[in-house]
Design a protein around this ligand. Sequence first.
Ligand code: SF4
Ligand code: SF4
Length: 503
Amino acid sequence: MSSSAIHALPGGLALSAPMDAHIDATIHELDLQPSYYLPLINYSRTVLHPEVKSGDCVLGGEQLAPGVVAPTSGTLTEIRQHPWPHPSHTQVPTLVLESDGRDEFQQFTVIDHTQVGVEEILNRLENSAIHGLGGAAFNTANKIRRAYEHKNLTLIINAVECEPGINCDDALMQQHPSEVLQACNAIRQWLRLPSAVLAIENDKQTAITALRDDQTPDLTSIKITELPTIYPSGAESPLVQRLTGIKLQPGERATDAGVLCLNVATVLSIHDALMGQAAVDRIVSISTQSLQHSMNLRVRFGTPLKAVIEFAREHNTAIEAAWRSNTQTIRIGGPLSGFAMDMLNAPVLASTNALIVGKEHPLNEATACIRCSECATVCPVNLLPQELYAAAASEQLDTAARYSLDACLLCGCCDLVCPASIPLTPWFRFAKDATRQKQQSDAAAEVARLLSEKHSNRVQRRAIEKEQQEAARRAAAAQRQNSAQDIKAALTRVKNKRPGSGS
Ligand code: SF4
Ligand code: SF4
């Protein structure tokens, strides 16, 4: 695939950071924290069962629950309800890990990808709790497993950070271009692919130059492909459409179509996991509300947001000023796709790619929809946001599903252009969440129905078996009785035939 193979994208918006934006690509490191908070819930909101209990001492990298590893060594003090970084502003069961300050890690062997099968590699990713770092935080091993079933697999390394204010991947590529390319190439090799595409937007020229400068001849199978800067090109379905021309159907995943998209930071995490290093952190971009100032910080999973903000305030005067102007609320994610959060004890997770500090512009009061279709024009997946909104706001989830709610990227393009200031994306997020909950409760009800059906079948079967046994017992008894009568009759006949018996 070459840059000439770029396909058009419907909709989208040309967003860019302010001309005078100062992005600090230095990756700062946040010190070890006294406590870490690890939610026992995954991206699809399934509650996870802990494999440890309060009082247990653990090492960094040790698995605590499926998909959850300890970010450092210490003691698990409790499992309690605690906020998590989610627009629902709810609390979920959370493991609390008190650091012992020693920061000791479990030792893992190095896996040589040229000597082992893919299944062994995927097991390591599973045990290392690798999740996508692009924002959706999918289980990476599962994603690769699904994609690997395809004969004609395409590998896309997603370095498209199209939303202003999110530049953690940009910083990573600027600081570690060689490691990024090596990691991409290793994955290409163990997936046995002749080449892979590293897609990056053309406003990231510093990172592109760094990658090209470090692209030694053995790394040329990683094709660096520049894309025009259009939001949301980094979302999976627009990216697949742009690079392959494949239009994913609502609900269809890229892996279903034989395309494996991996975020560039996730690729480095995968590589680290194979080298025996637990993946326990991510880079978080922290910006001011004006997006003029931004810094990047490497943060361990489970770190309270408050600790991240405090570090940023201490090291960046613009962020400190923005914090002081504000009502102690931050935004998690980008200016369009993110959501406000005031529970700052919620932890950083794999999905926490950016934080925005500063007073948000007050929203204009929403007025009635004027059917202008501006929202449909910018929708990158060809939805009808005005119809979706009508369905979501009246909680008609089946109608919303018919309007392909599932395909909505929650990108916020429609909100930005709506002249009636209707908060469309928050309604779509609500409807998606409600649909997921309904599906989960429907699934639970179906399981309960099947179990009850199985139970009544078993009771019925036992009754029939008992009846059959009883009938067999009665038949055997009758048979025995008949046999006894036959014998008795035979003996009588024999006796009567004896000489002198008189017959
Ligand atoms: S939020 Fe959903 S409906 Fe609105 S533009 Fe994005 S994909 Fe389309
Ligand atoms: S942009 Fe707003 S006003 Fe126009 S059709 Fe869409 S929802 Fe209605």
